[in-house]
Design a protein around this ligand. Structure first.
Ligand code: ADP
Ligand code: MG
Length: 465
């Protein structure tokens, strides 16, 4: 065997490394469907089960003389239209990872050819194909069928269901004009969701290179078409993502369709398996989108802050340590042990206390009683009280955190709810102790109490998680 010191053709063993990758069925199907759409097919069928993955298209087919485009790594031949494939790797790399055999059957107007490769055999015999099997066209319709067989890890039912979902997500732009079937079912086009206050514009990052943006508030929040879909030609690179939305929250209440466009010589650079951008102008595009759709983002953020504040207030109130609740009147204990004294004529004192004590006679657990101290978020408090204040009352005391305080609203807007809850809980306790001790001259130092109560909070979190 010659060993040319200048020859750097990849060793056939390179296949071992590619085969060691976990099969990614949605990406494999995505790559094969991409190829079919790249050659202008309008009819595509996908079949996936535990023995094989088959993607067939009604495209123009490939002549046998060009058969190696399907098997040679790095072989990309430009196709009609604006193809998304660039590297000549997509379908092949995914096929090699998924199964040991790749079969292709392609029909043009003049012939049909069949070829197949077993990657384990290639490792022994080298990078070579046998001559293809060529016949007269087997069908009056042109097209290509790609089959991946001898699957290393056959897809489970769950994986197959996920493939269906991901194919709809990836190819929703194509579904508007092509028919794609998945295991016999024709996938329905999604159309645009119902939106209000729509903003439609082009954002340009260089002459001829940018994106057409359509964004609005959703009539119905959530769902497949919410947040941002980043689209390149027939393919959604990312769906339900926060591309171009900065730090705004509440994105499930909006939808933005971002369709990239480009000029010759100024093409968008995609990630190899097309699940995002890897382009020098990507950050610039995100900033431009954020500027363009800011009115929508601000509304989503404000609405989500209202909901977040309500939910957070409820959570924080529920996690208040029992000894924080103001001391109950001594009477209560006596009442529960002895029969109730004859009802007083009409207590002149605060009615809340009496009301609060009486239900205890029926004796439901403490937890089911209405709280007599709550944590709430209040607008317009920041200027006068900073983070918040404590409002004592014999009926219902309130720890009020200021919605308009930057620190409080920072935490309310955070996506990590547990971290936000801990921080806000601590602030609420600090406000409570500081103000309470100031007013009542309590003897135990604030710091000790805060530390003890926060330790309780951590141990409660541990015992739950
Ligand atoms: N279904 C198909 N119909 C016609 N040509 C195809 C088809 N699938 C793949 N090809 C050809 O094979 C080449 C390699 O495909 P692929 O490995 O996915 O890499 P890429 O799409 O990046 O070029 C494509 O450039 C195209 O010329
Ligand atoms: Mg491709």
């Amino acid at each position: 065997m010659t060993d040319d010191p200048n020859d750097i053709t990849p060793k056939a063993d390179y296949i071992k490394a590619l085969r060691a990758h976990e099969a990614n069925y949605p990406l494999l199907i995505g790559e094969a469907v991409d190829n079919a759409l790249d050659v202008g097919a309008t009819e595509i069928s996908v079949e996936i089960n535990t023995s094989h993955v088959v993607v067939s298209d009604g495209g123009p087919g490939v002549e046998s003389a060009r058969q190696k485009v399907f098997f040679q790594l790095g072989n990309h031949s430009p196709t009609i239209g604006g193809p998304i494939g660039r590297y000549g790797m997509g379908m092949k790399a995914q096929a090699i990872a998924a199964g040991s055999e790749l079969k292709v059957l392609s029909t043009t107007h003049s012939e049909t050819f069949a070829q197949h490769v077993n990657w384990n055999a290639v490792m022994k015999t080298g990078w070579r194909l046998s001559p293809p099997l060529i016949t007269a066209p087997l069908s009056p319709h042109t097209g290509t069928q790609v089959v991946v067989m001898k699957l290393d890890k056959p897809p489970s039912g769950g994986v197959i269901a996920r493939c269906r979902e991901e194919i709809i997500n990836m190819f929703f732009p194509a579904l508007e004009r092509c028919r794609i079937t998945f295991n016999g079912e024709t996938l329905a086009p999604l159309g645009l969701p119902e939106m209000s206050q729509v903003i439609e514009c082009d954002v340009e990052v260089r002459p001829g290179k940018g994106a057409h943006v359509r964004a609005g508030l959703l009539a119905e929040a959530g769902g497949r078409q919410s947040e941002v879909s980043l689209v390149y030609g027939h393919r959604a690179l990312r769906s339900q993502c926060d591309f171009g939305c900065g730090d705004y929250s509440g994105l499930t209440s909006m939808f933005a369709l971002v369709e990239l466009y480009e000029a010759d010589g100024e093409k968008w650079l995609l990630q190899p398996f097309k699940n995002g951008l890897k382009d020098r102008d990507s950050d610039k595009l995100e900033d431009a989108i954020e500027d363009a759709i800011r009115p929508i983002l601000e509304q989503c953020h404000a609405a989500s802050m209202d909901i977040a504040a309500d939910e957070m207030a409820e959570d924080l109130t529920a996690s208040l340590a029992p000894e924080l609740l103001p001391a109950r009147p001594r009477k209560k204990k006596l009442i529960t042990v002895k029969p109730p004294p004859p009802p007083p004529p009409k207590p002149p004192g605060p009615p809340g206390i009496v009301k609060d004590v009486l239900p205890d006679l029926e004796g439901p657990a403490r937890a089911t009683r209405a709280p007599h101290m709550i944590i709430e978020f209040v607008k317009g408090l920041h200027r006068t009280h900073g983070v918040g204040k404590f409002e004592p009352s014999r009926k219902l005391s309130r720890i009020q955190l200021a919605r308009d305080d930057p620190w409080v609203s920072y935490w309310l807007g955070r996506r990590d709810r547990e971290a936000a809850k801990s921080a806000l809980h601590m602030a609420a306790l600090a406000v409570y102790f500081y103000e309470k001790d100031c007013r009542q001259g309590d003897i135990e130092p604030f710091g000790f109490r805060l530390a003890r109560l926060l330790a309780r909070q951590i141990s409660a979190a541990r015992s739950v998680g």
